[in-house]
Design a protein around this ligand. Structure first.
Ligand code: SF4
Length: 302
C-alpha cells in the first residue's frame, strides 16, 4: 500500500514485463526507473526483472519503500545491478512513520534494515550504486520539522549518500519548511549531502497567487514516459490512468507503434490543469527557455 493509502494487490505479469523490456531495448531506451504508484520490490519476480533489464544493458534506478527483507545474496545482486537506489523513509521515528505511511510502526525498522543491508552490500561488492533516502514534507503534523532532522541524522550515521526533501503538497507548512530548510542546510550538509526539490520549495510563496506555467506544451513528455501495471503508456506519472493522457496500451500495440502517437496525445494535454509543481516542471521551463530564446539560431541542435 502506498502513502496515499490506495490498496491494490495487482501486479504486472512477468512474461508481459520481459516482453516490454525487449521492446524498450529495441526502441533504444537508455534507462528504466522501477517505481510506484505501487511498490516494485513487492513484485514476486522483482529479481528476475532486474536481471533481465541488466542483461539488456539498460541502466536501472529503483524507488522503493524498502518494506521487504531480501537475503544477503539477493540484496547484493540488486545493488550490483542498479545505477541508483532511493528509499522513501519519510520519518525519523516509528510513530511518525505510522502517521506518514499509514501502516504498522514496526515496518520502520524493516526499512532501516533495508537501507543498512543495501549499504553493506555496496561496500562488499564495490558497486557504484548511489544510495539515497527520501523524506516527503507537508504532512502538517506538529513534529515535522524536528522529525526531518532526526531522520537525516540517522541516515548520515548509516552512511547514505544523500537525503532528499520534497513537498507533498503546498500548504502553509511548505512555506514554513522552506524557510527552515534554508537555515538548516549547513548543519545537515556537514554530515551528508542534502538534496531538496528547490524548484518546488522556492516556487511556493505566500504572496504568490498566479501559478500558471510560462510554457504551453509539456516538452519533457517527448523524452520520458511511464508504463503502468495495466500496460497503459502515459504522458507522465501525474497523469497516469487518465484516458486523455494515455498514449496507448502495450496489450494492444507495440511500444514503437504507441510512441508514434506521442505528439498527438501530448499536444492535447491542457497543462493549465496540471499540478503547479509537477516533477517535470523545471525541465519544461529550461527547454522552453531554450526554444523561446530569440538569439538561438540553431534550435534544431538542442
Ligand atoms: S503534469 Fe507536468 S509532466 Fe505531466 S503533462 Fe503536466 S506539465 Fe507535463
Amino acid at each position: 500500500m502506498c502513502p496515499g493509502h490506495r490498496p491494490d494487490s495487482s501486479y504486472i505479469n512477468i512474461d508481459f514485463v520481459l516482453d516490454i523490456i525487449d521492446q524498450l531495448q529495441s526502441a533504444g531506451i537508455k534507462a528504466i526507473v522501477l517505481s510506484g504508484g505501487g511498490e516494485p520490490i513487492l513484485h514476486p519476480n522483482i529479481i528476475d526483472i532486474i536481471k533481465y533489464i541488466n542483461s539488456k544493458g539498460i541502466n536501472i534506478g529503483l524507488v522503493t519503500s524498502g518494506q521487504r527483507n531480501f537475503s544477503y545474496n539477493k540484496m547484493e545482486y540488486i545493488i550490483r545491478s542498479l545505477t541508483w537506489l532511493r528509499i522513501s523513509l519519510d520519518a525519523g521515528t516509528p510513530e511518525i512513520y505510522k502517521l506518514t505511511h499509514g501502516i504498522d510502526q514496526d515496518k520502520y525498522k524493516t526499512v532501516l534494515n533495508f537501507i543498512q543491508d543495501a549499504l553493506s552490500a555496496r561496500k562488499k561488492t564495490d558497486s557504484q550504486c548511489t544510495i539515497g533516502v527520501g523524506y516527503l514534507t507537508g504532512w502538517n503534523h506538529e513534529k515535522e520539522i524536528e522529525d526531518y532532522e532526526q531522520a537525516a541524522l540517522i541516515c548520515a550515521k548509516m552512511g547514505v549518500d544523500y537525503f532528499q526533501l520534497r513537498p507533498l503538497n503546498f500548504s502553509n507548512k511548505v512555506y514554513e519548511f522552506s524557510d527552515y530548510i534554508k537555515k538548516s542546510v549547513a548543519s545537515i550538509n556537514n554530515k551528508m549531502r542534502l538534496v531538496k526539490s528547490r524548484h518546488k520549495y522556492d516556487f511556493f510563496d505566500t504572496t504568490r497567487i498566479d501559478y500558471r506555467r510560462p510554457y504551453k506544451y509539456c516538452h519533457i513528455s517527448y523524452f520520458t514516459t511511464i508504463i503502468c501495471v495495466n500496460g497503459g503508456v502515459y504522458v507522465c506519472c501525474d497523469l497516469r490512468n487518465q484516458p486523455t493522457a494515455c498514449i496507448g496500451n502495450l496489450h494492444q500495440k507495440s511500444f514503437i507503434d504507441i510512441w508514434k502517437n506521442v505528439n498527438e496525445v501530448t499536444a492535447k494535454v491542457n497543462i493549465d490543469n496540471c499540478l503547479p509543481h509537477c516533477k517535470n516542471d523545471n525541465a519544461n521551463r529550461i527547454i522552453d527557455r531554450i526554444l523561446q530564446n530569440k538569439d538561438n539560431n540553431h534550435k534544431n541542435f538542442i
